[in-house]
Every structure is written in C-alpha cells, then in structure tokens.
Ligand binder design. Structure first.
Ligand code: NDP
Ligand code: OXD
Length: 311
C-alpha cells in the first residue's frame, strides 16, 4: 500500500515534507498525487490543508493524518470522506512554541510595550506604573494541548491564570472554568484574554461584542486560535471605545489578510501573519512516522478528532 502526501503548501515546502517523511519512513512508499499510478493503492493520507475532492477518490483510505494541529479547514470540506479516522498533529514542541508565543505577548502587554512604542513615535518620555505579574490575571480560552502549556508557562512567570474549556479540567495552579455556565465568572476580573480554542460551530464568533462587554474595561486580547473566532468589526469597536486596550491578532478569517483590511492600520493592534506556533517539520515528521509505524504494526490509531464536536 502507498501513502499519499496531499497539501496545498508551496512546491518547495511540499518537497521538503516529502523528503523528510521518506527519510523517517524508508519502508513506506510515499507519493505525491501527480506520481500516483493507482488510487486504490493508497491507505494513508498525510495532509496539510489538502485540496478538496481528492480524499474521497481513495477507496481504500484507512487513515488521514494532518500535519497541522487545527482541523477546522479539513472538517469544513464537504467532500471529506465520512468514516475515515482523522488524526491531527499533537506535538509537545508545537505546544511549547505556543506557550512561548503566549508568554511573549502577555509579557509585552503586561510591560505596556504597545503604549511605549506609541510614545516613542511622539518622542514622549513618560513612565507608567509597573505592576507585578502576580498583580495580573490572564484567562485562557481553551485548555487543550496549547492552552495547558501556555497556562503553565504563564504560571511560571508569576501571573494568576484562569482557563476555560468544554469539560472541567484540573491544572495545577490554574483556576479552571467550564462550559457556557462558567464563562461569565471566568471573564470577570481578567487583565488579559488569550484565545486558544479550536474553531467549531460552538466557538465561531466567540470573540464578540457580547463577550468583550463581560470583560473589565481595558482588557488586552490575544487571539492565537483562528480568525473565525473574532468578529473583526466588534474587535475594532471594542478597541476604539477602550473596552479592549490592545489586541494581538495572529489569525484571520481570510489569510493572507487583504491589503485593504482596516486591522492592518489600527494603532491598538499588533498584527502577526499566523506565526504563533508554526508546525516544526523535524518533530512533526517524527510524530507522524511514529503514528504510522504503530498503526502498521498494531492497527492502533492515536487519539482521533471527534468529528461531531469539530476538534
Ligand atoms: P485541543 O483540542 O487540544 O484543545 C482544545 C481546547 O478547547 C480544549 O480544552 C477544549 O475543551 C476547548 N474547547 C473546545 N470547544 C469548546 C467550547 N465550545 N467551549 C469551551 N471550550 C472548548 O486543541 P489544541 O490546544 O491543540 O489547539 C487549539 C487550537 O489552536 C487549534 O485548533 C488551532 O486552531 C490553534 N492553533 C493555532 C496555531 C497558530 O500558529 N496560531 C498553531 C496551532 C494551533 P475540552 O478540554 O473540554 O475538550
Ligand atoms: C495549526 C496552525 O493548526 O498552524 O497547526 O495553525
């Protein structure tokens, strides 16, 4: 049987993945679509934002392994075969990278860096009160792989940390909340809100005027989840009226962000091109190769995406 590598990344990047996967799994026949003689040979697809329509043409497909952590785009594909197990990337290196990004931008907001950058533009020498990290409370939406690693990093830096998830979690030193019923209390008293949720029908548009109005005035927002979580107009309004003090946005409904999008130029937005935690090819390939080797040997699959809930 063969493995199909199916992506919509650049040819250069795809070639890199192919080379690394072949080197990690020398016993496997790994091919690109263009080199596939017979679609009935394929039982595993390794995918990164794959083009629609192809996966359903593979009659013997037994496993779809994503090279990305978030599977919202994949699940949004109406042509995705229904009963084939889907496994997403769970990589401690990726979680550590996200924790680093979260810490970087929480510290930047904590230390008033956007405000000092604006003062520099005006050549204005003015010091503001310096609070301790233990005077600040950071809330994390989503306490999964990314959320827990980020929460632990923030705890290590001395911040008070809260987390919100669908089911109630227990994380050392982190005040945990769950479900719609726990959201209001979770939001109350936050200084910064970090979004690390997956994009699902339940979480779409969660970063809205309704949610912002439940935060203390002047909360800082960091969105590292997905663009579909934020209602862009509501973010701008909340920044303009001071409900949000600053927003760090790494993800957008349309990526790359169009040149005329007002988010680019908003003085209270730090805009990043989806770089909070890029997949690390070296570690990702090791994990994917490990999953496939185990599957070949034992028939066992790692934790699968629960399609009915969307993550
Ligand atoms: P996980 O599946 O491990 O964690 C998801 C968390 O969100 C869980 O705690 C889950 O709750 C919670 N959750 C899901 N739905 C709801 C809901 N309706 N209400 C409350 N909580 C909810 O995902 P990861 O941590 O691995 O990744 C999260 C997301 O981060 C990805 O889906 C992706 O979109 C984004 N990402 C962004 C990157 C970037 O560079 N910007 C890089 C990598 C990922 P429960 O624990 O109860 O299941
Ligand atoms: C991912 C991402 O989901 O890079 O892995 O956003």
């Amino acid at each position: 049987m063969s493995i199909l590598l199916l992506t919509s990344v650049s040819t250069e990047e795809e070639t890199m993945w192919l080379k690394q996967l072949r080197s990690a799994l020398p016993e496997e026949d790994i091919r690109l679509l263009a080199d596939l003689d017979d679609t009935t040979d394929v039982d595993i697809a390794i995918v990164a934002n794959p083009p629609q329509e192809v996966l359903r043409t593979l009659p013997k497909l037994q496993l779809i392994q994503s090279l990305w952590a978030g599977v919202d785009a994949l699940l949004g594909d109406p042509t995705l075969p229904e009963n084939v197990p889907l496994v997403r990337l769970i990589d401690p290196t990726l979680s550590a990278s996200m924790a680093e990004a979260t810490a970087t931008h929480v510290l930047a907001l904590h230390r008033d860096l956007p405000r000092y950058a604006q003062q520099q533009q005006r050549q204005e020498w003015q010091q503001h009160e310096l609070l301790r990290s233990s005077d600040r409370t950071v809330g994390i939406l989503g306490l999964g792989e990314m959320g827990i690693a980020s929460a632990q990093q923030l705890r290590a830096l001395g911040f008070n940390v809260r987390g919100w998830s669908r089911s109630l979690k227990k994380v050392d030193g982190v005040e945990c909340f769950a479900g719609e019923g726990g959201l209001e209390t979770f939001l109350k008293g936050l200084d910064m809100l970090v979004n690390l949720l997956p994009l699902t029908s339940e979480t779409k548009g969660i970063l809205s005027e309704n949610l912002f109005s439940q935060l203390p005035k002047g909360t800082g927002l960091i969105n590292f989840g997905r663009g579909g979580h934020q209602i862009e107009g509501d973010v701008i309004t909340a920044l303009d009226d001071g409900q949000l003090s600053h927003a760090v946005l790494d993800v957008f409904s349309q990526e790359p962000l169009s040149a005329d999008n007002p988010l680019w130029r908003h003085p209270k937005i730090t805009l990043l091109p989806h770089v909070a935690a890029p997949t690390n090819p070296g570690t990702a390939v090791e994990i994917v190769a490990g999953n496939i080797r185990k599957y070949r040997k034992t028939g066992q699959l790692p934790k699968q995406v629960e399609r009915s809930v969307g993550y």
